[in-house]
Write a protein that binds this ligand. Sequence first.
Ligand code: AMP
Length: 222
Amino acid sequence: MTRPAVLILLGPPGAGKGTQARMLEETFGLVQLSTGDLLRAAVAAGTEAGRKAKAVMEAGDLVSDEIVIAILRDRLAEPDCAKGVILDGFPRTTVQAEALDALLAERGQQISAAISLEVDDAAMVTRISGRFTCAACGEGYHDSFKAPQVAGTCDKCGGTDMKRRADDNAETVASRLVAYHAQTAPLIAYYKRKGVLKSVDAMGDIDAIAADLARVVRAATA
Ligand code: AMP
């Protein structure tokens, strides 16, 4: 890669953005920036932003642009992000997309690609309701699609504390899908107009999708 890549993963909850972002992180030496993870950390730490975000997240609605943009701006300014970043779950509104354009312009950076993970909504509830992560290292698993080799033990780090997200229940997932279609899906057209939109079929198995995605990333950052 000639200059630090800025990749955006677009797609509804359950599309595999987090899983694929972690794989791209390893393959390309990039840094995954998940506003969902940053917000969950803020909630756990009990910061002011976290206290404001908690109920909104539990309802499956979007946290205010102001809070999310501030969190993303601070994280993007950390030195490790100079390696290049994969944005997972940001931007989610047009206001956030415009704020990102301004932030990158200030830093002399530009978007390498906005990659839309194409999935069927109907499959998303199943995908989300079976997922869990290792509390120690964050590796993601799924009851049906990606179970650990030894039940209850993380393949990556050997951790045995597995956690499920509070908002991964059928009712909240329905709200999150509504929020996605109303506020985030229009970004597909936004990035198409900018000439940086790519699409990947994300209904197959995790490794096949990762291979397709890696090809797209290689072409976009060559
Ligand atoms: P995620 O981990 O990306 O599924 O995000 C979990 C929840 O965090 C979402 O349902 C929202 O409530 C909130 N969230 C994460 N990223 C954003 C964002 N970019 N804008 C607004 N809310 C967000």
